[in-house]
Every structure is written in structure tokens, then in C-alpha cells.
Design a protein around this ligand. Sequence first.
Ligand SMILES: Cc1ncc(COP(=O)(O)O)c(C=O)c1O
Ligand SMILES: N[C@@H](CCCC[NH3+])C(=O)O
Length: 438
Amino acid sequence: MFLLRGEVNEKGHLVFGGCDTVKLANTFGTPLYVMDEDYIRDRCRGYVRALKENGLEGMVAYASKAFLNMAMVKIVAEEGMGLDVVSGGELYTAYKAGFDLAKVFFHGNNKTPEEIAFAVEHGVGRIVIDHFAEIDMVADIARKRGKNVNVLIRVKPGVDAHTHHYIQTGKQDSKFGFGISDGQAMEAAKRIIASEHIHLAGLHCHIGSQIFELKPFGLTAEIMEDFRLALMKETGELMEEINFGGGYGIHYTDADHPLDPLEYIKEIADALKARCAEHGLALPRFIVEPGRSIVGEAGITLYTLGSIKNIPGIRTYVSVDGGMGDNPRPALYQAEYEAVVANKAKAEAVRKVTVAGRCCESGDMLIHDIALPEIEVGDILAVFSTGAYNYSMASNYNRLPVPAVVLAKDGRAELMVRRQTYDDLLHYDEMPSWLSKA
Ligand SMILES: Cc1ncc(COP(=O)(O)O)c(C=O)c1O
Ligand SMILES: N[C@@H](CCCC[NH3+])C(=O)O
């Protein structure tokens, strides 16, 4: 039987983060995201250790787009890590949670002047410059405030990472960053170096997400170091740091074979060290930004099974009380998941069914053809590896409230995000005056 993470207790219930998941469903309701704190901390420590074991000076910055809320910021801070943010909203969450903003990397291919002003005002550690107009925008905002800002340039290394087309980001034809091959990265660097109030501290790249192969990472390290050398020769400036982004794959189904963080970091570090030695240059500060691989397998989603519809000779659809609203990944990327019936976690699988979401979309399918035991209305389905890009990508489509998120640790579970209510949905609605007349 497939059992990704967690154990089964004497009642035959799936246990996750030390908690009986059926009890969690009864206490907090479904759909419910459950995050395992120990797993998150373990992964954070794995990356921090990987840098240390490879003799690298630098930082692990958690990519907050994968999963963020105030409690998550607290965990990242306690683990001594930095934070990658990509919007004013993520930045504001970090700020309100009291995170040291000097450890924040602010990304985005179209940051607004307001977001940049907030970042400059509050001393964000690195703004990652993504396009030419942003250079003047940041310099101008910094000048007006009498501040100096450290920036990185986002570079497209031109590496083809074998992952879903929508989540490849390092190729020449990408909306993110400046190309090396077309000379734009060099041009951007020169403009930044010539600008006042902004200091070019280094380079950034990110080649995509859910990548299993080591080779693209090593190749990227070589390309980035070669560019660092070229930049030094052309401008006389030696970049102090390289941020290699994230992208390390995780286990969704048995078709996925993720590697240990140590292996990814070692691949990048070895390639970088060899190139630096060839160039006779000191190692730059080394930054990575894992997101999915820190929280992905730390999360499960619990659903209650409702409608069971058998179409004779074709298939059985089993509908859950959530779907693409809380997990848009199958609809967006044809992502695949594994699941168990949490209240029958020891039962033998008897037939294949298709798990459908409850949204008014034929494409709202969570899992195709999964083998489940005898099921009935009211059973609890636990879908694995939903910790990354599920809660953070949730929507209110069909006016479905976003589920609660609980944090589980040593058999205790408490809310880290409360469930939205119908009144929350109405909270932003306004009535134009001509409609509100009696
Ligand atoms: C700039 C940057 N850094 C880090 C990440 C995190 O990637 P992942 O969640 O695959 O580790 C992303 C997302 O793909 C990103 O765009
Ligand atoms: N949201 C995507 C990954 C995008 C990563 C951000 N650049 C996913 O769920 O796989």
C-alpha cells in the first residue's frame, strides 16, 4: 500500500505530525491543510547543514511563495534563514511577523514603485533587479530617501531544466531577468555600477522548479561563474555573491525520485569551486532559495468524501469537499498526487476511482485512477505532498472559502491560518451608490 508520510494507529487512522488525522478533520473541519512542523524544520536544517558541509559562506533563503503566513515566517526566522519574497504582500507578512528584513531577497518581474519604496524604506537586504526600467526606479527611490540599496541582477543562464514548461524559468525565452547571450545582463550590470545609491552586490538565477537532475544545476553554476569573470574583466567589479535560486524536486508520486538537499548543494558547490579555481577567484557568497523542497512533503490536505458516482463501464467519480480552489496544481500543470483514505489507512485497495473536486469545472480533478479501499460518503481522504503551492495558490473560485491550515507537532495541532467564512467572502464587497438606493 502506498503510504508516503505518516504512520497508521491502532484504529487504522493515518497519523501525521503525531496527530490522528481523522481527529483533526473532526476538530477543524475539512478541507484542511495540515503542516508537520518537525518536517519543515528538518528540511531547513538539511539545507543549512549542506552549506556548512560544503564549506560555503552564505545563506539559505526560504522561497516564501511556496507557503507563507506569520507562523511560517517565525519558523524560518528561528531556523536562522533568509527569506525570498516576490510581492508587497509577502514582504509585508515578513515585516509584520518581525522578520529581519536585511535577510530578505525581493524578487519579481514587475515590482511596483510602492513595493520598491516599502522595501527601500524598511532596509530589505537585496532587491533583485529584473528589467532595465527597474534600475532607475530603485536608484531614484533610494536617492529620494537618502539611502543606499544593495541589489542583485537576475540573470538567465540559458539552461534547459527538464520540468513542466510553465515552471521553467532559466531559458533565454523567459519573462524573468536578463539574458547573458544577448548581452543584456552585462548592459544591466554596467548601468547599475554607473548608478548612484545602488550597489551591485551580485548575481541571481533560478532555472525552474521540481527539478530532479543534478546536471542543470552544475551547468548553471559554471555559466554564472563564467559571467562573474566576464563582468570583472569588463567592469573591474568582482561580484560578492551568487544566488542560485531553488527548484529542487520532491516526491509527489512514486515516479518522482528526489535527491537529498546535500546532493544538490554539492553539485552546485563543486562546479562553482572548480570554476573559481580555474579563474583564480575567491568563492562568492553562496545563496540558495528552496521553497517546495522545504514545505512540499510537510503538508497533507484532508477532505471529506461526498458524491460517489459510478458511470457503468467507464469510471467512478468520487467528489471531495475541495478541489482546484485549494489545489490548482492538477488543473494548471497536470500535477499528480497520491492519497489514502485516512480513516481506513490499513484497508486493502479494491478499485480505481477518479477523485474530483467540487468546482464547477470539468477539469477540476485532483487524482485520476487511484486505487482506494471500499469507500463511503463521509470517509476522510488524505492527499500527500500538498504543503507547497497549494495554500499559497488557493483561490475563492465559486466563492469557496479558503480552508484552514493547522500546524502539527508532537501530537498537538493548532491553527496557523483560520478557515475563511462566508462573511470573509463578503468583506470586500461594496455596493455602488446607484444600486444601494432604496
Ligand atoms: C526566484 C525564485 N527563487 C526560488 C524559487 C523556489 O523554487 P522551488 O519552490 O522550486 O524551490 C522560485 C520558484 O520557482 C523562484 O522563482
Ligand atoms: N507554482 C508552481 C511553481 C512555481 C514556482 C515559482 N517560480 C508549482 O506549483 O509547481
